[in-house]
Every structure is written in C-alpha cells, then in structure tokens.
Design a protein around this ligand. Sequence first.
Ligand code: F6P
Length: 549
Amino acid sequence: MLERTVPTETQAWKKLEQHAREMRSFSILESFKAQSNRFENMSIQHPKMLADFSKNKWTEETISLFKQLFEEVNLSKAIDAQFSGDIINETEKRAVLHTALRRPSTDEVKVDGMNVIPEIHKVLASMYAFANKVRGGQWKGYTGKSIQHVVNIGIGGSDLGPRMVYEALEPFSRPDLTFHFVSNVDGADISHVLREIDPSRTLFIIESKTFTTQETMTNAHTARTWFLTYAKDEAHIAKHFVAVSTNHEKVTEFGIDAQNMFGFWDWVGGRYSVWSAIGLPVCLAIGEEHFAAFLKGAHDMDEHFRTAPFEENIPQLMAAAGIWYRNFLGADSMAVLPYNQKLSRFAAYLQQADMESNGKSIDRNGKNVDYMTGPIVWGEPGTNGQHAFYQLIHQGTSLIPCDFIASVEPQHALSDHHRKLLSNFFAQTEALMAGKSEAVVRAELEKAGKSEDEINRLTPFKIFEGNKPTTSFLLKTLDPETMGALIAMYEQKIFAQGVVWNIFSFDQWGVELGKQLANVILPELESGNVGQHDESTVGLINYYLENRA
Ligand code: F6P
C-alpha cells in the first residue's frame, strides 16, 4: 500500500513555497555567470545520454528542497513497492509491474506468491519464435506466400506504444515488411490501410488488453470481413490473424486460434504495455536481438531510477523540475520537443502515459486535491515546431517548460541536415534562456539603419525576455537500447510525480463516462429514437439524423 502523505502538509513543500517567492527575480543566465560550474553540477552523464538540467529556473537549494520533499513523501518506499509487485493500483486492486517485463530471466518478482518472470520470458520466447518465422518467410499465408504487410489494430496503449516505437526504430526494421497502424473507429482509418495491402500477404495483429474496446473490435471485425471476401474460408484466419490480449475467452470467441494469441497480465497497464506482447509489431519489425536490447535499455534505466542518488537521478530530477513548474511557478503545460523526425509520435505517446496517469484530482485519501497535478503535455518535432508555436514559448504569456531531445548521431547519412538540425536544437535552448535585451535590440536596429522613431516603435516587439526553462536530453544515438531507456525515463518521472501528488497513477476512471454514453447513443443513431439528453446533445443528434444520407 502506498503512503497517504498530503504533499502540501510537508515541511519541504512549505519551504518550496517560500523559496519560489524568493526565486521570482532569478535569472538562469545570470546564475551561469555567477557560478562557473553550473553546467557540470546540473548535468548528468548517463551511458546513453547527457541530461542537462542546468537551463532550468532553479538552484542547488531548489534541488535540495526537492530531495527533502521526496524523502518526506517516502518516494524510496513507493519505488520498492512498485518494483516488488505490491498492489499500488489500489482502485483496481492490481500490482503495477511493467518493470518486470524488462527484467532478466534470472530475476524474481512475485505476484500473489508466484514468480512472474518465467511466464514473462515464456511469452517473450513465443513472440521471438513467431517473429523469426514471419521475418524468415516461413510463416505462409493462405496462398502459400510469405507475409509482406503487418497491420496492427489497437487503440490507446495498444497503439501508441507500438506505433511510436516502430517509427522511432524504423531504420532497424526489415525493408521487405511494411507496417500499418489502425486505431480510430473512424472508417477512414482502416479503409485507407485496406487499400494498400494484399490479403494473401497480410498479417493482422489485434491488440487489446480487454478485447472489448469498441474501436478495436469494430476495426478487427471489418478487417476479418474484408479478409474473408478474398480468402473465402474461415480456416485461413489462423494464418492471417493473431491477437495480443489478456482475455483468452474473447479472443477465441472472435475466431482467433488460441495458439496465435500472445498473452499478458492485468498488472500491465495499457499505457505501459509496449514492453509486453503489445510490442509484437516492434518485435516483428526490428527482430529478437533489437527487441531484447530495447527491453535492456529500459531495465537499465529502471536500475538507475532505483539506485542513483537523487542529485544524479535523471527521472527524479525530471519529476522535481515538473513539480517545481507546475505547483510553484504556475505552469499548466510542458512541451516535449524532439529534434528527431523519427520521434514525431513521442509527444502523443507521452500524452497518454502522463495525462492518463496523472490527470487526477482525487488523492489517495479519496479527497479532492487543492493543488495542481499532472500538466498538459504536448509537442511536435523541432524544427517544425519552430515555425509554428515557438513564438508563444518565446514571447507569449504562459510559462512553458520544454524538454529538448536530440541525438548526436543521426539515423541517416545526411550529415549536413543533421548539423543544421542540431544547430537549431542548441540555438533554441540558448535563445529561450538568454533572450534578447532592449540594448541588443536597439543596437541591431541602429546597425540596420533605422531611424530613432522606428527604433522606439519596434524595440518592444523585438525584445525576448528569455529566462525560459529547458531540459536537454542529448542521446548518443537513437538505437533500440536508448529508446527503451528514454521511455522508461519518462515512465519513472510520471511515477515519482504521482507519488508526490498523492494520487493513484495507474487507473483511468476518467475515460469511462464517454464510453458509457456512446454505448447509450449508438442504438439511438441506429433506430432514430433519440432518448433523454440535454437540449444541445439532442439538437446535435437530430441534426445528424435529419441530414444523413
Ligand atoms: O483509453 C482507455 C484505455 O483503457 C487505455 O488505458 C488503454 O490503453 C486503451 O483504452 C485500450 O484498451 P485495450 O487495450 O483494452 O483495448
């Protein structure tokens, strides 16, 4: 069981409030000038990356107050509880053990007295055997041809993880296999994919922890019907449909052979499931060796999180920075800005990981919190974002702490592109911090030959206040092991923040209401008999009913 400490009642929280008042006029740039070793003290050399926390709006005192806060809420006990399989998802009475999925086969983690590691490695072995057959061309479709297209059907954690990791590691993937991801119940999503594939050479992976999710089941049935119009015989389904789920019964009911089902367990949360058989599309793409490296990278990051002292602990410092901005400096959101096109879905992935975990307002005592919890997470790859929303980060009225992510080595051979990309990465973190003073703006305008009047008129618009906080993660390269480490790093940040905020990070009751109401409305759309709703909802439904073809 997790402790129930209300963070605002801790000594450290009170001190942080006072400290935040004192920090109002703090300048990041000035503190670099005042302290020659700020970068050295506030950056961490990890085997896979450099994590630079020095461009944050904080001092060593801030960091030491967070150390105290984490001690007061007993983070280390919560970490032990997570890793040892305690029931920390209390509202669903479940352990939270995605970390077990990436542990070596020699480890031991018990759930209800049973070591789960052998079972995990058994499923991994069957995934690897299956992936080897498909990749090696031994797995044949109903006409005897090998597989060329893999279509993943899933949503939320059963889509975002495999899709994002597949895209990130696509350079490690087999070029003769193409991957497609269908998630939306909007028929446009699957229709587009069905146009591009050959049924005799396609493998559908139906991924759903529950195997009841409306979107996934609708898409899965559409795919099945489409496939049978070509294959004609249901006996061929076994060669073209596999499932990843915890629900054996529903999978068999759908018509998928139990032999073609890869299982996982209720102690794996959907948004933390890419490490389980939900990672099957990734495993098919990059193969056994790379998938094992992906798991290892995550496990190494878990060990770092569990054992590194606070001042050198990347996920814990990320958690501290996030709480600092959210609760003490008033930030509503945080931006994740990968300078890597292959990470274009990373922010979307983190939106589920973070916002579904920590978007909560009831604490572990069942009471309303009176402080902010999880931030809004958003972002797009740089440099695209620079030409879209960076204006607001530089000169808008909101404080938006940003995570910058790039890799030293590119995943392609265009080194000129990469240098330009990285020059933008470095420049943006510098510009956000340093800004541009009035004196510099005036000097530039003078140099450009502007008149005194014009200089006076334009100067206010061209000033950059600066002092905008950023954390930079400079990866050595984006390989499978680093990718595993990167995701685990954010997962553990989210965990640590949830512990401090005294909330349950591993349930998601907030997604239920909309699902329930959609189930009420669907039959009304089918029958045309509109039930009891508010005036606006009735008006919208009627507009649809009156105008549909
Ligand atoms: O959005 C709610 C949710 O339960 C997510 O947590 C989950 O990842 C997603 O739906 C998909 O669920 P399933 O894997 O059971 O289809």
